[in-house]
Design a protein around this ligand. Structure first.
Ligand code: ZN
Length: 495
């Protein structure tokens, strides 16, 4: 005793990605296979490190379902997935004394815009009213009222770019054990802020958002709060409760939890304009890049596969070609047909294909190229940060003119260098590298690039939030609407 049931369910979607996601985008692990996460910098890895130290704790591993970021999950895939998860939980619930669920929080399915809320509601029904449930979430998640009503407590990422996966799981496991061992009763105060934010000020090591997160960590450390954090949501997941929100938990002290949450929200609100993406026009960025010795990086946050974009934007490559940019360019793109053509032709062959524009047809047009097939791979690698496997499907490195393009079959995460390294490409060897992620860890690109241009390109995860066309999230919402007022008000939850 105690027996702790563990599950993991994560996906982050962009409502503005036209391609629905399906179960094919999910990696599923079952039962003992979840222990593959032991020693990894993941939430499960962190939680296992806590549970494994205790002779009296038995972990009941159930299911892990992690989806690639993409468009809204199809109704049939969601039905199959949710039934699968609830059956896996149901099969072990009779032995369980407590539950830890690692989630992301930015899922969305056709017909269910709060999938995590549905899962937690059904898990609570299986568990009964008294079994402790603690969850962990990405700070880009959307924590809903329905989720808050089911759980006893939660922990949130404190870093962006994210590096604290393991410590978030560890903190969740420790909170759960305090509930079980010490009778701690978390009171959760929530303050909803009607603002969506983006941009460099969110980088926690250097931005003003990081100062607020450090304040959350301070009140955790000094014992004022059991756990605290500020969620900013994934601004591309257009669901009813999309927002920014402050979450502070205390041991039964509603007054302190509310006061701290209101204080943090009051400090967040005046900084909302600073926390917006600052983009440079593509043509201006190319003109500046020409004058630099380099190497330079073009950040294509609008096609960030980890935020839910398609990854098939060729907008920057097309603009560089049009401008006759002379330097050596390294780029990444998702195009299964081009990758298949390269695999069919073989290394050394010259192929005529189109690159990009095959998925997000509204925003991008296929670009015809005559390219050499330099390298073929199976697209299998491991993320640098979390060391979890990624599967890009048949992958090819194509070269044409001054361009080297890594072509994937699937929209894998491109927020670190693994997708380049595993295909024989070293970014500093090029004059200009395109990275399809809003931010990366500093040592990966920024430390050696002469400049990183945050370019204004089209895409379903553009930092120009007004360009996207939100229709579902509650309004008014800054910066989507001109007049937004805010009076911080805390709502508390306790089981
Ligand atoms: Zn995130």
């Amino acid at each position: 005793m105690p027996n702790i049931l563990v599950l993991d369910c994560k996906q982050e979607i962009s409502s503005f990605n036209p391609r629905p996601s399906t179960l094919e985008e999910f990696s599923i692990l079952r039962g003992e296979d979840l222990f593959q996460h032991r020693g990894r910098n993941t939430e499960l890895g962190g939680a296992f490190s806590v549970f494994d130290q205790r002779d009296d704790v038995t972990v009941l591993p159930t299911i892990l379902a992690q989806g690639l970021s993409a468009g809204l999950l199809s109704a049939s895939s969601w039905k199959t997935l949710s039934v699968d998860i609830l059956e896996a939980v149901g099969a072990r619930i009779g032995e369980a004394d407590a539950i830890y669920a690692a989630m992301h929080g930015a899922m969305g399915a056709d017909g269910e815009l709060d999938p995590e809320g549905h899962l937690l509601t059904e898990i609570r029904k299986l568990a009964g009213p008294d079994m402790p449930i603690v969850i962990s979430l990405d700070l880009h998640g959307i924590l809903t009222d329905r989720m808050l009503r089911q759980i006893d407590g939660l922990t949130l990422y404190h870093t962006y770019p994210h590096v604290d996966f393991g410590s978030t799981g560890r903190r969740a496991a420790e909170l759960l054990l305090r509930i079980i061992d010490d009778g701690v009763k978390p009171t959760i105060a929530r303050v909803v802020i009607p603002a969506l934010v983006r941009g460099d000020e969110l980088v926690t090591a250097t931005g003003c958002y990081g100062d607020l997160i450090r304040d959350c960590q301070r009140i955790e450390r000094d014992g004022t709060a059991l756990a605290a954090g500020i969620m900013i949501g994934n601004p591309f997941t257009d669901v009813p409760e999309l927002c920014s929100q402050v979450i502070v938990q205390t041991d039964g002290d509603a007054k302190t939890a509310e006061a701290e949450a209101v204080r943090l929200a009051s400090e967040f609100w005046p900084q909302r304009a600073r926390m917006q993406g600052k983009l440079i026009a593509l043509e201006r960025a190319i003109a500046q890049a020409r004058t630099m010795k380099g190497p330079v990086v073009f950040t294509d946050a609008a096609d960030a596969t980890s935020s839910g974009a398609t990854g098939d934007s060729n907008a920057i490559i097309a603009a560089l070609r049009k401008a006759n940019y002379p330097g050596r360019v390294l780029a990444q793109i998702v195009d299964p047909a081009a990758a298949a053509a390269a695999h069919a032709a073989g290394v050394g062959a010259t192929i005529k294909v189109t690159l990009g524009g095959a998925i997000d047809k509204r925003r991008f047009s296929p670009m015809a190229v005559e390219a050499q097939v330099k390298l073929l791979s199976d697209g299998k690698t491991r993320l640098e940060t979390m060391k979890v496997p990624i599967e890009g499907g048949p992958t090819a490195v194509l070269t044409f003119d001054n361009f080297t393009v890594v072509v994937f079959s699937r929209s894998v995460f491109m927020f670190d260098r693994s997708v380049y390294y595993s295909n024989g490409c070293n970014p500093p060897d090029f004059d200009l590298t395109i990275v399809k992620s809003p931010h990366t860890e500093r040592h990966m690109f920024d430390a050696w690039a002469e400049k990183n241009f945050n370019v204004d390109a089209p895409g379903s995860t553009s930092a120009d939030l007004k360009s996207l066309g939100h229709t579902i999230c509650k309004r008014p919402m800054y910066p989507l609407d001109p007049e937004v007022t805010f009076t911080p008000r805390a709502v508390t939850y306790q089981r």
